[in-house]
Design a protein around this ligand. Sequence first.
Ligand code: TYM
Length: 333
Amino acid sequence: MEANQKIIFSGAQPTGSLTIGNYIGAVKNWKALEEEYQCLYSIVDLHSLTIRHNPEEFRKTCLSFLVQYLACGLNPERNILFFQSQVPQHTELAWILNCYSYIGELNRMTQFKEKSERHKDNINTGLFTYPVLQAADILLYQTDVVPVGEDQKQHLELSRDIAIRFNNIYGETFTVPEHHIPKMGAKIMSLQEPEKKMSKSDENPYATIYLMDAEDLILTKLKKAVTDAENRVAYSDNQPGIKNLITIYATISGIEPLEIQEKYDGKGYGAFKKDLAELLIETIRPFKTRYAEYMANMDYVTQIYKSGAERATAMAEKTMKKVKENLGLINLK
Ligand code: TYM
């Protein structure tokens, strides 16, 4: 790590597989930031324990997520790629931060409310304190910037509040992180219900495009994507389905939405959807090739996460020492 280099932390929960929402809202930007910053990108496996998993399946999903990060082009030498559970300081700091966050503020978290609504039979304590573990992930590395999609904004505000609160009591301990949310594509919507966020865990099989989807399935999903009766490719709030598709097109191609609108003037939805499918398929193809290559080379993948955990632990330990010192806990060394 170069002196004075700014630090980035971000992560995704290993459930299902990466969606084009995760890619456009987060991972694509992680890649863009890797040259300038020291980046830590984690597979936040402990966060995923708030829902029940079959252990064998879960192990596979966790490894697959690391390989998906690599297949998205994240450089394993420049970036620190690791499993959250392999750096125990995350849970250690989470306990401490639990004592500096309030039930009232956790009660206000919209994701907690939504998830409790969806999993009424399993509203566990982990679901409630989830944002505190997220704050620990971020503060543990003295993170300057956190690249995320729109839905994580509230959790980041909480991380900032906890950091400021702690610093006010004990003196400068944590860097107060900034979020980095893309101007376009921060909230990719469901293809079936365009008023709802695209999600890894949507039960409707046509709502979400996954990076791992077969090419013909991508075409089918786009053909079935909900639009409206206007049959006019317009970037307008009155046409949320087509607006979402234009956003996907624009963020992947780098072409401005209004230019896309002009290009498809008078052409109807069919032609636009077909071109968008082609664009996505072409973009995802190299991802799939790299995915297969890394999957066939598990020894290398193992080396990557081992070295990631070592590098992350060294950084985390520095912060923990400072935290304990400032709190009056007795450090061993
Ligand atoms: P997760 O796993 O739900 O999503 C990973 C990243 O993808 C973004 N994202 C989206 N962006 C645009 N459109 C969408 N439809 C969409 N869906 C998801 C998310 O905003 C996120 O950036 N709590 C986090 C994981 C986490 C974390 C952290 C993130 C744990 N600790 C510390 C940052 C820093 C989550 O569940 O993300």
